[in-house]
Design a protein around this ligand. Structure first.
Ligand SMILES: Cc1ncc(COP(=O)(O)OP(=O)(O)O)c(N)n1
Ligand SMILES: Cc1ncsc1CCOP(=O)(O)O
Ligand SMILES: [Mg+2]
Length: 524
């Protein structure tokens, strides 16, 4: 099996396509379409399985072909009956699609027998694709066994080693690991590590079923680093098909060209938004209803504008035009590298840029950030933020007042404000800011004439406000841990300029800083 970046190379015309576009036009006016093939079971209730997969891909702008492995009779009450398709017929479907279409990514769901996995593997070796996403479906949300223990051996020794990513929930992860206990995030991490040793390039262990947790935590492991992806638990009965939706959304984003972590983050946000949007709908009379994958058609705003979470401040990358010029980088390249290295939010702070040029670059950065599921804010320039439809702005005490910014940008945009004192922190809350940037914590050459407040000043600001706080000023790999160690619960991360952008390789510096922040978070 070839994997992402593997044997089949991208057509030259496609390589230049931005990740947010599904198609592009070649010189011969042929439109290339990002394509997923789902190999899964049919759900007559259409909340999960093949039907969910097709809907997600359509909602994400990707074509989805389907090979059906089994037909289930099911609804919101559960699975009433399952009919397996003969392996030869599954193979015929696979050949039909793979020999004809240029499938980018194959996503698997219900693979109910070892023979069916065998024909899948055969076809994939004959018709290689760019990536394989394996959702090791074993039990339906209602508790019906969809693939029994006979499947475990071929999953472990044949399928997992050729997968690019696997997305088990805790029960599936436990089954794949011979029944180990997985009841805490620490046990999820250890399970992700053990599963990675079975061969997949990336592992995402989904913690939605974890007992006693107020938010839903998924653990992502790339063989080197862990990422914990948090989202608030959404109170709804309409959770049928969330696993299929997440895996298909990952496949769709990969097919459009996203790196793996970005694809996973976008998919998680898509599922959260869909669940939230559909929390009150009633389809069926049972315990687990389907949700609406097409929310974007009904209410684009609710889909586009996902909610800002304090943890988004974890690794906050702030650009600088002088540094970009010094290192001969465009803003766009700087932003791409920071995101790839793990930046969780971006601010464009381009003090010397010409308005017209800044606007064009800001628009490109909005596209990149949106397709990676990372928010983009603009420093100082409310006009640019409005014109490029950024996710928000960051303003200081001598910029436009926060209450006025709020009235110009509306309730959905993110507003951050710089605070050095307790009074400023109180005011930030009253004025409707979403977060506080506090510093300079340490001396810095990036901002002239800036008073340093030290760790004590940072602590005071944190204590004075309910808002999440990000520390800024002179922070880098050598001292990020000492900042986070002040242990204030609303201190959510560090914002850095020179530690990322006044460096030869933004990507590796971002990775190192992300790793050090993750370690300090785990320790405290
Ligand atoms: C996250 C974050 N915190 C603080 C600042 C500083 O903003 P400001 O005080 O407006 O100073 P300038 O950046 O405009 O020089 C920031 N940009 N980001
Ligand atoms: C914009 C800003 N606001 C307070 S300190 C600072 C500069 C931070 O830059 P660096 O991370 O290079 O010290
Ligand atoms: Mg400012």
């Amino acid at each position: 099996m070839q994997s992402l970046g593997g044997i089949r190379s991208w057509p030259a015309t496609w390589r230049t396509t931005t990740a947010s576009m599904m198609t592009t036009t070649t010189t011969e006016s042929v439109r290339k379409v990002a394509q997923v093939l789902t190999v899964a079971g049919s759900d007559s209730g259409a909340g999960a399985g093949i039907q969910a997969d097709i809907k997600v891909c359509a909602a994400r702008g990707v074509y989805c072909a389907s090979v059906i492995t089994a037909v289930t009779a099911q609804n919101s009450r559960g699975v009433q009956s399952v009919h397996l398709l003969p392996p030869d017929f599954v193979s015929e479907q696979l050949k039909s699609v793979l020999s004809d279409f240029e499938v980018d990514v194959v996503k698997t769901g219900m693979l109910p027998s070892p023979e069916i996995v065998e024909v899948l593997l055969q076809n994939l070796s004959e018709y290689p694709v760019r990536a394989l996403v394996v959702d090791p479906v074993m039990v339906s949300t209602s508790g019906h066994v969809l693939a029994g223990s006979s499947i475990l051996s071929i999953f472990r020794y044949r399928l997992l080693p050729v997968a690019d990513i696997i997305t088990p929930n805790v029960k599936e992860a436990s089954a794949l690991l011979g029944g180990v206990r997985i009841q805490t995030v620490a046990e999820m991490r250890s399970a992700a590590k053990s599963l990675h040793q079975m061969g997949p390039r990336f592992v995402l262990v989904k913690g939605g079923d974890l007992p006693d947790s107020s938010d839903s935590v998924d653990v992502y492991f790339d063989g080197n680093e862990f990422h914990e992806l948090h989202s608030p638990r959404i109170a709804t009965r309409n959770t049928h098909g969330t696993g299929c939706t997440l895996a298909s959304c990952i496949a769709a984003e990969l097919a459009k060209g996203s790196p793996m972590l970005s694809a996973v983050k976008v998919a998680k946000r898509f599922v959260d938004t869909a669940l939230n949007y559909s929390k009150d709908i009633v389809i069926g009379s049972g315990m687990q209803g389907p949700f609406d994958h097409f929310l974007s058609l009904k209410d684009p705003q609710s889909y586009r504008q996902s909610t800002f979470k304090p943890d988004d401040l974890f690794l906050y990358a702030v650009t600088d035009s002088r540094m970009n010029r010094k290192w001969n980088r465009s803003i766009v390249d700087a932003v791409k590298a920071a995101i790839e290295g793990g930046a969780t939010i971006i601010q464009l702070r381009e003090k010397e840029a010409e308005t017209r040029e800044f606007l064009e670059e800001a628009k490109s950065c909005v596209d990149i950030c949106r397709s990676n599921g990372v928010f983009l804010l603009i420093n100082d320039r409310i006009d640019i933020a409005l014109a490029c439809d950024a996710d928000g702005v960051h303003v200081g005490q001598s910029d436009m007042p926060v209450d006025l910014v709020r009235s110009l940008l509306g309730p959905d945009k993110i507003i951050g404000v710089s605070c050095k004192t307790q009074e400023q922190a109180h005011q930030a809350w009253k004025d409707g800011a979403d977060y506080i940037g506090s510093g300079g914590v340490f001396p810095t050459n990036t901002k002239a004439n800036n008073r340093t407040i030290g760790l004590d000043g940072l602590r005071e600001v944190c204590k004075a406000s309910k808002l999440p706080v990000v520390a800024i000023g002179g922070i880098g790999i050598s001292n990020a841990e000492s900042v986070m160690r002040i242990g204030e619960p609303n201190l959510k991360g560090v914002a850095v300029v020179s530690a990322l952008f006044d460096q030869e390789c933004v990507l590796s510096e971002a990775k190192k800083l992300h790793k050090s922040l993750t370690e300090s978070k785990r320790e405290h």
